[in-house]
Design a protein around this ligand. Sequence first.
Ligand code: ZN
Length: 388
Amino acid sequence: MVINLHNIPNIYCNFSRFMIFSYHQFLFFKDMLKKFAYTLQDKKIFNQELSSFLPQRIIDIHVHLWKRNHIKSEKLVGEQINQQPFLDQEIVDGFTYEDFNKIIKVLFPGKNYEGVFFGFPYRVGEIDKINLMMKEEILKKEKDSFFIPRPKDDYDFLVKTIKKDGFLGLKPYPDLANDVDYTDQDTVCISDFLTESHLKAANRFNMIIMLHIPKKRRLNDEKNIEEIRNICSTFPNIKLVLAHAGRSYCPSDIKESIKKIKDLKNLYVDTSMVNERRVLELLFENLNIEKIIFGSDLPVAGIKGKNICINNKHYFVTSEKYPWSITGVNIKEEDLTFFIYEEIREILDVVLRLKGHKDIINKIFYKNALNLLNDTKVKLGREQSGRI
Ligand SMILES: [Zn+2]
């Protein structure tokens, strides 16, 4: 059964009826996530393993939004498309706020699931148009959004934009750095795409910076550690969130390196796309609970698969073969569930085992993000949201 995205409200009303008709691929969001398929098995995972453990209110600090016409037609760079599901238009071809709401109703029925939104931070994206969409379609609805800065954006421009539009954070990205060899991520340093002007403006408004670190060795690269330490100590009002816990998908990415940054008072991590149990254990063993924030990386987290670590290297496993994933003839789509469910499943497992009580879960999935967002809102003179 193939059902179009536009039918979602009706489907939703008749959810249980459709369930019995179709074991496999009963929903197909072909307008955005081309491979979205929700099955009885997924429903069972949510009901039995996730729903009763998750708080009623959830904040997801890592959601990308963009429209198809925000992507320039120029050819994508080879190495990137091999690594980045976001750049694979066979998988996802735009994801709007409306799409987010539809998919959330299916994946998290009964929950108040809010996103913190930012655009598609790649060179092939029309960054001006994407930031404008955030202003028009997110901030004007009083939802939370981060601005994607380019190296050319100076202090005055950013201060004006933040004050006028109410962005709560910045989402700089290595791909937007100037004058570097884009096919070799080791040539990019954090300061190439997160400039002093960006940092000064963010510091002035107590903003969150969602940082995707560069370099092949990730947190094991000393240059990254040096820059992270420097940012946190020079700009104490900034809340620096390492996206994907510093791209730590394998324990070896973070096992030693976390010790070099764990003392930084204004350093945080998000959990987006991290589903490796040992990585999560290392985060909980080393960081205060307030420093760990749930993020998903939707829309990519809405496809089916899992991150695995083999010999200290990370791979995406999917049922179909993509340039950026591995698979096997025996891996069927019905054997897999959503990346986002795998992420949450492992967080819950680790937290319940190590920390054992619900208040911790509430902090990771709701309160920690809320506190950071409200701190920036107070500074900007905006109304705080939610309950702390
Ligand atoms: Zn992301």
